[in-house]
Design a protein around this ligand. Structure first.
Ligand SMILES: [Zn+2]
Length: 257
């Protein structure tokens, strides 16, 4: 069999549990998947990861209809999407991420060579008592429901967990209109008033201190993933953080320009 007898490369597969509890099967990416990830026009509207994950992930149900629709991936909770992306990278290229960058201390600006084990961001999400191994590791959603409900100041509140689609909407809000409470509005925070849910679009009834508490409650129930790599420059000892998803070698190892 020669190269052109094959229609598509079919490589390794792996079943993973995502932070919401959703199980998916990911397969090693091929050249066509890479095109989805690197498509420039999709990058502008944030669809790259959605298209890529819809291509390399399958449902773990019985039967032929295992592909995810684009709309289904858009409604993935954000941690699920990012964790699937991380697991896919590890399946394609292994656990070690090697990259070069410039020290962020302008006085130093020496080249840094960094190697990081991506396992540091992972964990056994099947474990009901799962605890992240460090502050940058993946967190698990306390519930697999789309909403979280909590009682605070004698009232009942509920909100939707952030999905990729909601996240993309917040990214499109102009900086002048975005503020600390945009994430609450994006999650469609509601409070119960006489057994009816009322959407909260303004927060003037709360003190600043109460708002901080409210945001903390929401963040606990709907955590975000902060996969930073901590690096101390060996030349000037400056401490710096690199966001995994902004590192080109994470997606395309060894192809830094
Ligand atoms: Zn330095």
């Amino acid at each position: 069999m020669n190269l052109f007898d094959k229609i598509a490369y079919s490589g390794k597969t792996k079943i993973i549990t995502l932070p919401s509890g959703l199980k998916v099967e990911i397969r090693e990416a091929n050249g066509a998947d890479e095109e989805l990830l690197s498509n420039n026009s999709a990058a502008l509207n944030g669809m790259n990861l959605v298209n890529y994950i819809a291509s390399v992930c399958k449902k773990t149900i019985e039967g032929p209809d295992k592909n995810f629709l684009i709309e289904e991936v858009l409604s993935f909770k954000v941690l699920d999407l990012y964790y699937a992306t991380l697991q896919s990278r590890m399946l394609n290229f292994g656990n070690l991420l090697e990259f070069k960058d410039i020290c962020q201390n302008a006085q130093c600006a020496k080249e840094l060579e960094i190697t990081h084990d991506l396992e540091e961001f992972c964990g056994n999400l099947e474990d009901p008592n799962y605890k992240p191994k460090n502050e940058y590791a993946i967190k698990k959603y306390p519930t697999s429901d789309t909403h979280s409900v909590f009682t605070w100041m004698g009232s009942e509140f509920r909100f939707k967990h952030l999905t990729r689609e909601m996240e993309m909407k917040t990214l499109n809000i102009p900086a002048t209109e975005s503020n600390k409470n945009t994430p609450l509005i994006a999650r469609e925070l509601e409070a119960k008033k006489d057994s009816e849910w009322v959407k909260l679009t303004f927060f003037s009834m709360f003190s600043a201190k109460q708002m901080a508490e409210l945001r903390r409650k929401v963040a606990e129930l709907d955590p975000l993933f902060a996969p930073y790599i901590e690096v101390i420059c060996p030349h000037c000892r400056t401490h710096q953080l690199f966001n995994l998803f902004n590192i080109r070698d994470f997606y395309y190892p060894g192809e830094s320009l």
